[in-house]
Write a protein that binds this ligand. Sequence first.
Ligand code: TRP
Length: 338
Amino acid sequence: MADTKFVPRVFSGIQPSGGLTLGNYLGAIKRFVEMQEGEFETIFCMVDQHAITVRQDPAVLADATRELCAGFMAAGLDPEKSILFNQSRVPEHAQLAWVFNCVARMGWLNRMTQWKDKAGKNQENASVGLFAYPCLMAADILVYHATHVPVGMDQKQHLELTRDIAAKFNHDYGVDFFPLTEPVIGGAATRVMSLRDGSQKMSKSDPSDMSRINMTDDADAIAKKIRKAKTDADALPSEFAGLENRPEARNLVCVYAALADMNVDDAFADIGGRGFGEFKPMLAELAVEKLAPISAEMSRLMRDPSAIDAILAAGAGRARDIAGPILRDAHEIVGFAG
Ligand code: TRP
């Protein structure tokens, strides 16, 4: 249970590192929209400071930040209801991250699997920022006293570290100041796989564009990619359990269910027993119906970058109104004078 003394508040972030896919949409953004319509105050951040933990081309980074914001809004995030902004415009994140750098232990960060994966064998040459990445992520969340954080399975360890940092801060300073944030992980297609290889995650960095559906793909591209998606020769089974060793078929079924807002068992009432000659056109039609309007709206929004910048600036102002007082209290607890 999340702590009841805190306002129910959702925070999540996505790196603007270019190219939003169906995986980002179904795994994250679609769930953000659902949470926006619920009981929560919702804050969604384009984490450009996390992006530069590995090399980014400056012009590409700025455009990718605007494109991510366009993707958020096209998918249904409303800047009146949710706070949308980019991290670098709210300096309180980096300021609290410094305090957390002094709370977290080297050993904790050394155990992070994302650090080990991204730094690889060449840790000596990785940036200090990549190592300290989880402290900034904890600050993103805790500078708002956020109680719930929707993330993919791959971020679970970072959320546990966020709780460890909150608990150690509270313990070391003898306060009950930071909440122990709950991860929110789940949904029919939290992990969307490549259309060419059901054992690989759908990724913007896969060399084959046919392996993914981009949020900017138009109706023809979406339909073609689904038509050409890899499958096997058998018809679909009558229930989900029958897909166990059929990763490509399983992925397409999960995507269908997620786009149709159904759980997989209910989806089988429509699709169980059908061959791919029937199922793929059904999936293509559904995907075009749900995704083509989003990509059209994204390109409309991207035609006016200054309007997006104005939305980011307004969101940053609202974010600072919440983060400022919390950072001030944290500084006082730590013993910073003034
Ligand atoms: N690390 C997250 C990812 O790569 C992005 C992120 C940064 C984030 N700060 C966050 C997610 C705070 C949730 C909450 O997906």
